[in-house]
Design a protein around this ligand. Structure first.
Ligand code: SF4
Ligand code: SF4
Length: 165
């Protein structure tokens, strides 16, 4: 969220502030169609005093965890990727669409990453109701066989994944 680190900075990307990640910012719910009230064309209006949730949030592209290329920046690729700790400290990639679905090119790229690093991948699809996105999402799994067996467990923690805590 408008962070800068040694290797990358968010640049013009404001995907996580724009409502694509469900959050509660100082009592205001942020979700698709309801961006954070503090976002401006120049970035966060309260950057110096932004909530800890924001300061701590770094998507995988910004973290440069898997050396994601420039085109995978969330505002370009239309997907926010987060590497979450899963059972017994194992990592799992989660892919939140910036829009209704994760675009095919980005999804194919993430599937290759999943194969190369033996990382389970969860990717989400938004559900529309009369042209409005609901806050719940469908989830799909990709990766080792046991990912499919884990899916039910994963569904029960979707709320956590969605909030990217
Ligand atoms: S989605 Fe990632 S790159 Fe974009 S503003 Fe948030 S942290 Fe920065
Ligand atoms: S408070 Fe600032 S950094 Fe946090 S979501 Fe809002 S605009 Fe983004």
């Amino acid at each position: 969220m408008q962070n800068t680190n040694d290797k990358k900075d968010c640049g013009p990307c404001t995907a996580c502030c724009d409502g694509w990640v469900k959050m509660n910012i100082n009592g205001t719910l942020v979700y698709p169609g309801h961006p954070c009230p503090n976002i401006t064309p120049k970035g966060c209006a309260i950057y110096a005093s932004r909530p800890k949730l924001c300061a701590d949030f770094n998507c995988s592209w910004l973290q440069n965890e898997i050396n994601f290329p420039g085109w995978m920046r969330p505002d370009i690729s239309r997907v926010i990727v987060k590497n979450l700790n899963w059972i017994k400290g194992k990592s799992i990639l989660t892919a939140i669409p910036v829009g209704r679905t994760v675009p095919e090119s980005a999804l194919n790229y993430l599937k290759k990453i999943s194969q190369n690093y033996s990382l389970p991948l969860l990717y989400f699809e938004r559900i529309e109701d009369n042209g409005v996105y609901k806050t719940e999402m469908d989830v799909f799994g990709y990766g080792p066989k046991k990912v499919k067996n884990m899916l039910e467990k994963i569904r029960s923690t979707l709320e956590k994944c969605d909030q990217m805590e």
